[in-house]
Design a protein around this ligand. Structure first.
Ligand code: NDP
Length: 278
């Protein structure tokens, strides 16, 4: 039986084993998917050991995505541009490829929630950390106009050097109603870690009222602070990042299993239940 794992720290609550078992059932594949807790100092050796012992593939999560990009022998162009890897694929003879499926995972989830094929929207991404930077290219590729707003403006300026057509919005502008109505409809994406501490962001209710979707990349047992805020302000539609987690996992699965792409809709209820029970 092929073995897969996810490297992270912390990792005890990772939903990846459940998600991948459910995906495997869709194709009649038998696999073992484990969680690997490792330290920063031990990460490279843990990865090497896993693949030496015949590991079929691995996911990488916080805080190792950037380190993983420096560890592999082959980086996909999108992983190279994001400077981050969430999927490790063994190529044989000690060679390892690194890819990132986070951006495409978000795009697919937005398309699923909004029931559309393309993303003819302005996507206002709040935050400019690892998660935000890894989704810019995929959003732009899907036709979205990406605007980024972060508490520390310097991070957005740095990203503007790497990504053409990335627009910036001063963080303070979020506290006031939007200056002018956007030419296209807008999606708000919270890519900050503020929801981790239950902190509300200083966003004026008018931003939520005019958006087609308020989306938090974070997910949890309860609605996140951002989604509570959006709901209270009168947002038409809200969604958390659980769908993104499952979509990026489905894309990793396809990379390891000859392009077989599992159905996300089929596993979402079970994963939502498991999240509620933990
Ligand atoms: P980082 O630590 O790399 O970045 C954190 C970002 O949040 C920075 O832009 C930071 O701003 C901003 N921030 C933090 N606190 C506040 C605050 N109180 N007010 C305003 N801005 C704040 O985190 P990641 O990018 O790795 O993760 C961000 C979120 O995305 C997390 O909630 C994570 O769980 C989620 N995520 C979800 C995934 C999924 O599959 N659903 C995948 C990956 C991430 P500044 O630069 O000013 O400090």
């Amino acid at each position: 039986m092929m073995t897969f794992t996810v490297f992270g720290n912390p990792i005890a609550h990772s939903l990846s084993p459940l998600i991948h078992q459910r995906f495997a059932e869709q194709f009649g594949i038998e696999l073992d998917y484990t969680r690997s807790l490792t330290s920063k100092a031990g990460f490279a050796e843990a990865v090497a050991k896993f693949f030496r012992s015949g590991g079929g593939g691995a996911n990488v999560t916080v805080p190792f995505k950037t380190v993983a990009a420096g560890l592999v022998t082959h980086l996909t162009p999108r992983a190279a541009r994001a400077g981050a890897v969430n999927t490790l694929i063994p190529l044989g003879h000690g060679q390892l490829a690194g890819d990132t499926t986070d951006g495409e995972g978000l795009v697919r989830d937005l398309q699923r929630v909004l029931k559309c094929q393309e993303l003819p929207y302005e996507v206002l991404v709040i935050g400019a950390g690892g998660a935000a930077s890894s989704v810019i290219e995929a959003l732009q590729g899907a036709g979205a106009q990406v605007v980024m707003s972060n508490r520390s403006a310097a991070k957005v300026s740095a990203l503007q050097n790497d990504f053409c057509d990335l627009q910036a919005l001063p963080f303070g502008d979020l506290a006031r109603p939007p200056r002018q109505t956007s030419q296209v409809q807008r999606i708000l994406v919270n890519a900050t870690s503020a929801s981790l501490t239950g902190t509300e962001l200083p966003i004026h209710s008018a931003w939520f009222q005019e958006t087609v979707l308020a989306y938090d990349m974070m997910y949890g047992k309860q609605p996140t602070a951002f989604l509570e805020q959006a709901h209270a302000a009168g947002a038409k539609k809200v969604a958390d990042g659980l769908g993104m987690l499952i979509e990026q996992a489905a894309l990793s699965f396809a990379l390891w299993h000859d392009g077989q792409l599992p159905s996300v809709e089929q596993v979402l209820p079970a994963v939502r239940n498991a999240l509620g029970a933990r």
